[in-house]
Design a protein around this ligand. Structure first.
Ligand SMILES: Nc1nc2c(c(=O)[nH]1)N[C@@H](CN(C=O)c1ccc(C(=O)N[C@@H](CCC(=O)O)C(=O)O)cc1)CN2
Length: 297
């Protein structure tokens, strides 16, 4: 038996259709949401992701403001670009595409973002609100990949309360905030956050009703690591050369044989990636709705 597909492309399309209606309602009230992106350097993957983000915006009626700096830009250039995005009234929310070129302080860049314009939910204030809001109502933006994973499972009817979720990877954009999100009241999962220094990964993964792999090690997770029927989300991406075609192709963290054991499996590409982008647009629309709510009537 083969796992059912956690279809990120179709789910993201449904979310974008819902967002289109919210954007239309905002525009009628005179608010035009705009997403800004700041991309430094010429990493092809980052360029592809940023292009996808702007494509999504045009599909839902969100304006795009794109700032690209060369790879040899100084930290002062990056900070100045962030200051301009903070001040630009056309920018409802924006992101600094990660990774920044080697040697550049990503934390300093993230801290410079105006938290009310932080479309990635990665500013310390918004990550702090995620920690503080574990028991309560949350009105700050959530990091896009964790929010996308929870939404993808929810829209496929995969229940999380009381389930054991094993997350592989402790990075800033996925593993770390995902652990916080999954343990919030209302989501109520139990989380194991495993990483490169965890002994015996296979034993940890076998305990998971849900497994999220975000480490960037091609085909790390093997079929005999998976509890039969588990939901498996493949987030990590490595570009490897296909020996038959000589071209680079995307390879995820999950071995294809996992499909024979898992109950649910997200394809990669076509799984969590499109959900990350859809939830980014959702954060921008939400920020615009907050602007509207704060406007004197
Ligand atoms: N500022 C941020 N930087 C990065 C984040 C982030 O959330 N914020 N996450 C990752 C990359 N990422 C978002 O920027 C991202 C990854 C993948 C995709 C995506 O749509 N993938 C497609 C395949 C695209 C391709 O062909 O290359 C898919 O999975 O179907 C979008 C965004 C690191 N940086």
């Amino acid at each position: 038996m083969s796992a059912a597909r956690l279809d990120g492309t179709a789910t993201a399309a449904a979310i974008k259709a819902e967002l289109r209606e919210r954007v239309d309602a905002l525009r009628i009230r005179g608010i035009v949401p705009g997403l800004g992106t700041l991309l430094v350097g010429d990493d092809p993957a980052s360029h592809a992701y940023v292009a996808g983000k702007h494509r999504d915006c045009s599909e839902v009626g969100v304006e795009s403001i794109r700032v690209d700096l060369p790879g040899d830009a100084s930290e002062a250039d990056v900070m100045a670009a962030i200051d301009r995005l903070n001040a630009d009234p056309a920018v409802t929310g924006y992101i600094v595409q990660l990774p920044l070129p080697q040697g550049m302080d990503a934390n300093a860049a993230l801290e410079r973002i105006d938290p009310s314009k932080d479309a990635d939910g990665l500013h310390p204030t918004n990550l702090g609100r995620l920690v503080l809001g574990v028991d309560g109502e949350l009105t700050s933006p959530l990091p896009c990949t964790p929010a996308g994973i929870v939404e993808l499972l929810h829209r496929h009817g995969v229940e999380l309360p009381g389930k054991h979720v094993v997350v592989l990877g402790r990075g800033l954009t996925v593993g770390r905030p995902l652990g916080l999100l999954l343990t919030r009241k209302g989501i109520d999962a139990t989380v194991t956050l495993a990483h490169s220094r965890t002994p015996d990964l296979a034993t940890e993964v076998r305990r998971g009703d849900v497994v999220v792999a975000a480490v960037g090690v091609p085909h790390l997770v093997q079929a005999d690591w998976i509890k039969p029927g588990a939901a498996v989300l493949d987030v990590g991406v490595t570009r490897v050369i296909d020996h038959e075609t000589g071209k680079a192709k995307l390879t995820g963290d999950i071995d294809p044989a996992v499909a024979e054991v898992a109950g649910w499996l997200s394809p990669n590409p076509g799984g969590v990636g499109p959900m990350t982008r859809a939830l980014l647009v959702a954060n921008v629309v939400q920020a615009a709705e907050r602007q509207l709510a704060a406007r004197p009537s």
